[in-house]
Write a protein that binds this ligand. Structure first.
Ligand SMILES: NC(=O)c1ccc[n+]([C@@H]2O[C@H](COP(=O)([O-])OP(=O)(O)OC[C@H]3O[C@@H](n4cnc5c(N)ncnc54)[C@H](O)[C@@H]3O)[C@@H](O)[C@H]2O)c1
Length: 247
């Protein structure tokens, strides 16, 4: 059977954990050559090894998406290894931990905005010329917090709203060659969620119509649709994988 990303080169940030890791594994199963990028080099390497052991193609590359020199080095490493890029998944992100406005330090604001928002911008800027050449696709991971309050503090909420803005601006600018879309997960069972919530909170009913946490694989399925040619007329949009949180 031919995969939905057969022969395509896919760059995935935050590929060492959670949704990034699930997306990397799914994309490789669909025939993609995966560049697994993460700040945590060991975690990225573990994802690449999992893919290779299953017969897929993957390379792990260390990057801090918040620093332009690191993003440029990662772009060079991807091009040296694969020669071209068809798909970029801007998935890496950090949460602010729900601090109140008055407790949001300037340092926390800068850290969250630099990773979640500036990181998405830097990656998009560096890879755009190569995605244009390949008539490629970008999928940016926002959040339910990109559309309403209650999914984080002010820094995380602002960053995730900003990702919707980056998506719209770049879809307009990079079309018709490159499609750009947002996926917004709701509460999903990953390391981020396990770190943020207490055991009691994790065990409590989840207040969404689906009444449970999503799995990273369920989010990856929506990312795959938008990255693949199945979504050939889909750009500038935002798609929920949130169990109905926003509904
Ligand atoms: N977990 C949820 O419930 C949830 C809900 C909505 C949106 N999201 C978003 O989905 C995306 C994935 O979240 P997750 O839950 O899988 O998170 P996770 O914490 O499990 O994984 C995030 C990965 O990103 C990497 N990373 C962090 N900062 C980085 C940087 N500066 N450079 C490169 N890599 C970096 C981490 O090392 C980690 O491997 C994030 O953008 C997050 O904000 C998560």
């Amino acid at each position: 059977m031919v995969g939905r990303l057969e022969g395509k080169v896919a760059v995935i940030t935050g590929a060492g954990s959670g949704m990034g890791r699930s997306t990397a594994v799914l994309f490789a199963r669909e025939g993609a050559h995966v560049a697994a990028l993460d700040r945590n080099q060991d975690a990225a390497a573990a994802t690449a090894t999992t893919i290779q052991e299953a017969g897929g193609q993957a390379t792990a590359i260390a990057v801090d998406i918040a620093r332009s020199s690191s993003v440029q080095a990662a772009r060079d490493a991807v091009l040296t290894t694969f020669g071209r890029v068809h798909v970029l998944i801007n998935n890496a992100g950090i949460h602010d931990g729900f601090p109140a406005l008055e407790e949001t330090s300037e340092e926390l604001w800068d850290r969250v905005i630099n990773v979640d928002l500036k990181g998405t911008f830097l990656m998009t800027q560096q890879f755009a010329p190569h995605l244009r050449e390949a008539n490629g696709a970008i999928v940016n991971l926002s959040s339910g917090a990109g559309f309403r309050a209650g999914g984080g503090g002010v820094a995380y909420t602002a960053a995730k709203h900003g990702i919707v803005g980056i998506t719209r601006a770049t879809a307009a600018e990079l079309g018709p060659s490159v499609r750009v879309n947002t996926v917004y997960p709701g509460p999903t069972m990953t390391e981020m969620t396990r770190t943020l919530m207490s055991e009691d909170e994790l065990a409590a009913p989840v207040p969404v119509p689906m009444a449970r946490f999503g799995t990273p694989e369920e989010v990856a399925n929506v990312v795959l649709f938008l990255a693949s040619d199945d979504a050939s007329f889909v750009t500038g949009g935002a798609y929920a994988a949130d169990g109905g949180w926003l509904g």
